[in-house]
Design a binder for this molecule. Structure first.
Ligand code: WAQ
Ligand code: MG
Length: 263
């Protein structure tokens, strides 16, 4: 199998890497690599965050026996009418799984003002102490990227088929659910908070082992170009080991059909 990944950036915030436009992670068989690359280049070149100045594509072989397998987290959905209400729900979901209120508030603040201290968004995630709210990433403008994660092709197909005509049958949700599943199964993670940096996409989620993947609408205003991810951790004594674990290859090989309560 091959890890195929893409990240696209443009100039903007003065950092050497430029400002993040978009990125994606795929695991593909030999015969599908070319097709995946084409799809990822297409995504980078037509992204709503703007035209990229640089697109990096990495293709790397991964020994099949090193690939870990996971069942997707169970999904559920909350209702919120306003951004304020949505963020209150997110804080409550985080506190329910033992993240301190202080850390939850801090995370919301970072994502809403732009998690990159140089301005704007990051290409990776914030890693935050679940108790103190302190950030652990060595490079605060880059964050930490989860690599080498995807759905097994047949399981992706059944997910899309079985959930067709529901809001869950989308590429974006497949990707988010795969990342969340891997992050939550990584030792040291307590929970994840995410909302997109794509201006048109305002639904985000809180994920945890106990409560699964909870979708929350309106975590930001339509048109807002800021967003990101926060991984809340506890008892991570060696940050490099945690980061390495986020880059171990993982495939989603099963899922539970959710009870949909309606949008
Ligand atoms: N590893 C770490 N951080 C990442 C990764 C990754 N592989 N991919 C994205 N991020 C961070 C990065 O800071 C981005 O700026 C941010 O997340 C948002 O990425 O069920 O679309 O791809 O409807 O814009 C949630 C779906 C969608 C909710 C999230 O995120 C639902 C989304 P985006
Ligand atoms: Mg994005």
């Amino acid at each position: 199998m091959y890890s195929v990944r893409m990240r696209a950036s443009k100039s903007g915030n003065g950092s050497a890497d430029g400002e993040h436009v978009c990125g994606a992670e795929r695991i593909a068989g030999h015969q599908d690599v070319e097709h995946e690359v084409q799809a990822l280049v297409n995504r980078a070149m037509s992204h709503e965050r703007g035209s990229p100045e640089r697109v990096h594509i990495t293709i790397e072989s991964i020994p099949t026996e090193l690939i870990e397998t996971f069942e997707a987290l169970p999904t559920s959905q909350r209702v919120a009418q306003t951004v304020h209400e949505a963020r209150q729900i997110a804080i409550q979901c985080l506190v329910d799984v033992s993240v301190s209120e202080r850390a939850a508030l801090n995370a919301i603040q970072w994502l809403s003002k732009g998690p990159n201290p140089l301005g704007g968004v990051m290409r990776g995630a914030i890693v935050m102490d679940a108790d103190t709210g302190v950030r652990y990433e060595p490079d605060l403008s880059r964050g930490v990227r989860v690599n080498k994660v995807d759905w097994r092709a047949d399981v992706r197909q059944s997910f899309l088929q079985e959930l067709a005509n529901t809001p869950l049958a989308s590429e974006r949700i497949l990707e988010a659910l795969a990342i969340a599943t891997k992050v939550i199964n990584t030792q040291g993670t307590v929970a994840e908070l995410c909302w997109s940096d794509d201006p048109s996409y305002v639904t985000g989620y809180v994920a945890s082992a106990k409560d699964g993947y909870i979708r929350i609408p309106h975590l930001k205003k339509h048109g807002d170009p800021l967003g990101g991810r926060v991984f809340f951790v506890r008892n991570v004594h060696k940050f490099e080991e945690y980061e390495q674990a986020l880059k171990r290859p993982a495939l989603i090989v099963g899922f539970n059909k959710p009870l949909l309560l309606g949008e």
